[in-house]
Ligand binder design. Structure first.
Ligand SMILES: NC(=O)c1ccc[n+]([C@@H]2O[C@H](COP(=O)([O-])OP(=O)(O)OC[C@H]3O[C@@H](n4cnc5c(N)ncnc54)[C@H](O)[C@@H]3O)[C@@H](O)[C@H]2O)c1
Length: 462
């Protein structure tokens, strides 16, 4: 089946809608009124629609004593995460791949320094990762490469019978989202999105408080990636080698999952609720231009680039249960770091950066209080167990907690906390925001990657 036909079969075709007018009538509109969901056809498969495969919801890892790991990409992120794997017991890193041989050798050396078995390295070009995937001594492959490589590497891992964890965002396009879902279901291998922010101390504390009912019925969340990355993105190494390029070809939210993953867990997205539709708009692109003017010599090839991605992209997401989420992205301007990380319900509100809370009836004239008093009762068990070890490590400890939990799930034969449906739906606002922005901020429908199964599943596993 061709790609086009496959995506058309998944939704109502645009031609069909225009021919019959059924789309308008179904939305309660007459001809001439603005359609409820803009020009794009809904791409979701209707509940109960033909699906060639069984769902991955409820599928547990097969238990094992030692988790055998392969890593693709040992740049900045992959090397740091190798450190977390090496810090954990019952983990054996057997293979490492990077197109830059020196980086692979450096990573190999880190394993030896940690007195672990020397991993074999794969450095023979862009597709040598396929040979790593074929090894028969790997249970889990971790992918930390530039975004365009995530999909082919995840697919190759699953097709070779390995579970895979992909860095964020898992993929760039809706077609790739469906490829992950279809391949995970077909191969019965998990495809996780390695969204470390879901394991932050505040995020897990708030998740526990939501579960205990402290916020009452939830209404609205706010999520973002607001991070001044200008120096890194204009550098001559690491992300400076590839992360400006998408700003020259795309206009939308390029990096949606750091804020959205935790808010999705608060709201039970894909677990009793799901993203329904979104609208998006972008500010003008000015930050990179201004930075280049002040910092980059005029003879640099970077002056040939034209940046088209609006600096501040703002989206609004509506969920099937009617909740709302405000989602933002800006990496091009001076500002203090924030993922916003806010959630409100009928009984109170939490906002991060800095962390503060307000509950109905709280003394103090409608002023926020800190979160310290809630920590004793609501600190998440993962932070109780491993918080001390985690705190000295990267990103306030959440990276270590994520890998600790991953290994726990793999060893004990549990369901992963974040599965292929989360990978697809949390990453999809990238493509959907581009569509909405390109068409004057029209509403665009989210595909239902779970094919209706979100209704039967309850809260986040973490
Ligand atoms: N979760 C987080 O907090 C976090 C933080 C930083 C980066 N990331 C994500 O991690 C990923 C990697 O980012 P980074 O900062 O490490 O970038 P990087 O450029 O430092 O590292 C990428 C590595 O991939 C290698 N590579 C490129 N193509 C390859 C191929 N075909 N085969 C094998 N290796 C290949 C490069 O040589 C490089 O070493 C990105 O998806 C990024 O968004 C996540």
């Amino acid at each position: 089946m061709t790609k086009d036909r496959k995506s058309e079969e998944r939704g109502v075709s645009r031609r069909q809608l225009l021919k019959t007018g059924a789309g308008l009538i179904g939305a309660g509109l007459t001809m001439g009124e603005r359609p409820a969901f803009g020009l794009e056809p809904p791409m979701s498969a209707p509940a109960g629609a033909e699906s060639p495969n069984e769902t991955m919801i409820g599928v547990k890892f097969e238990p094992r004593d030692v988790v055998r790991v392969g890593i693709i990409g040992v740049g900045g992120r992959g090397t740091e995460m190798l450190g977390n794997f090496l810090a954990l017991e019952h983990v054996q890193v057997n293979a490492i791949c990077d197109v830059v041989r020196d980086k692979a050798i450096h990573a190999q050396g880190l394993a030896e320094k940690a007195e672990r078995k020397k991993p074999e390295i794969y450095t023979a070009g862009d597709h040598d990762f396929e040979n790593l995937c074929k090894r028969d001594d790997l249970d889990f492959i971790y992918v930390a490469t530039p975004w365009d490589w995530h999909a082919p590497m995840a697919l190759a891992s699953m097709n070779a019978g390995k579970h895979v964890g992909v860095e964020v965002p898992a993929v760039n396009t809706l077609e790739e989202c469906w490829q992950l879902v279809d391949t995970s279901e077909k191969t019965r291998r998990h495809c996780m999105i390695m969204e470390n922010c879901c394991y932050g101390e505040h995020e897990l504390l708030v998740l526990n408080m939501i579960r205990a009912g402290l916020f009452g019925d939830l209404l609205h969340g706010e999520a973002a990636y607001l991070h001044d990355l200008r120096e890194e993105i204009f550098g001559d190494k690491g992300e400076g080698l590839w992360r400006r390029a998408p700003h020259t070809t795309r206009n939308g939210n390029l990096y949606p999952t750091h804020g959205l993953g935790p808010v999705s867990n608060y709201m039970g997205i894909n677990r009793g609720d799901r993203f329904d539709y979104m609208v998006s708009m972008s500010s003008p692109p000015k930050g990179f231009e201004a930075y280049r003017t002040s910092k980059i010599p005029k003879d640099s090839p970077k002056w040939k680039e034209k940046y088209i991605c609006g600096d501040m992209n703002t989206s609004l997401i509506k969920t099937a249960n009617g909740l709302t989420i405000m989602l933002q992205h800006d990496v091009s301007n001076p500002r203090p770091y924030s993922r916003i990380n806010a959630i409100s319900g009928v009984k109170g509100i939490f906002r991060d950066y800095p962390a503060r809370i307000y509950f109905d009836g709280q003394p103090g004239d409608e002023a926020y209080t800190g979160i310290e008093t809630y920590k004793e009762k609501y600190t998440h068990k993962l932070w109780k167990e491993e918080g001390e070890t985690a705190k000295g490590r990267g990103h306030g400890g959440m990276d270590f907690i994520m890998f600790y939990r991953l290994v726990q799930c793999l060893r004990q034969g549990l369901e992963p906390d974040m599965d292929v449906y989360d990978a697809a739906s949390w990453s999809s606002p990238a493509a959907l925001s581009e569509k909405s922005v390109a068409q004057g901020s029209i509403p665009v429908k989210f595909p239902d990657f779970t094919r209706g199964k979100w209704k039967q599943r309850s809260g986040a596993a973490i």
